[in-house]
Design a protein around this ligand. Structure first.
Ligand code: ZN
Ligand code: ZN
Length: 136
């Protein structure tokens, strides 16, 4: 049995998860156009912050999962920066109930009674491009 070094037992003042969270949100802010989710698998594609040619498949529904080395080897509490970036992207977007794509909240419209769109029910969230296609 190995003795745990004293310095590892002292609580760290800054939790590592918070650093990853803020780095993840920075990554999202810089690369949000590339952070997309697949409507079928609900997996997110998140680019690597250090290598622009690399991107990772991230799952944030159910059990969090990311392909990156940080997550695979260290299993950080709260997730790696890609998981945080995907969470942020999820927070600012929703599913279109027509095409199933994820769209930012500003590009979805909630169907109102006065819209007169016969194909939809009141309260459904439909993206602008779907609304345009069905408007008379
Ligand atoms: Zn990751
Ligand atoms: Zn749509």
């Amino acid at each position: 049995m190995t003795e745990i070094p004293t310095e590892l037992r002292i609580p760290q003042p800054e939790p590592v998860a918070n650093q990853r969270k803020s780095r993840g949100e920075e990554l999202w802010a810089a690369r949000k156009a590339e952070i997309v989710s697949d409507p079928k698998s609900r997996m997110w594609t998140v680019p690597s912050a250090s290598d622009s040619r690399v991107s990772y498949q991230v799952r944030i529904t159910g059990l969090d999962l990311c392909e990156c080395a940080d997550f695979s080897y260290r299993r950080p509490m709260g997730g790696c920066i890609h998981i945080w970036a995907a969470r942020k992207a999820k927070e600012v977007s929703t599913y279109c109930e027509c095409c199933g794509n994820r769209v930012p909240w500003c590009k979805v419209s909630e169907v109102m009674e006065e819209d007169g769109l016969l194909s939809w029910f009141v309260g459904q969230r439909i993206c602008y491009s779907c609304v345009e296609q069905t408007s008379p």
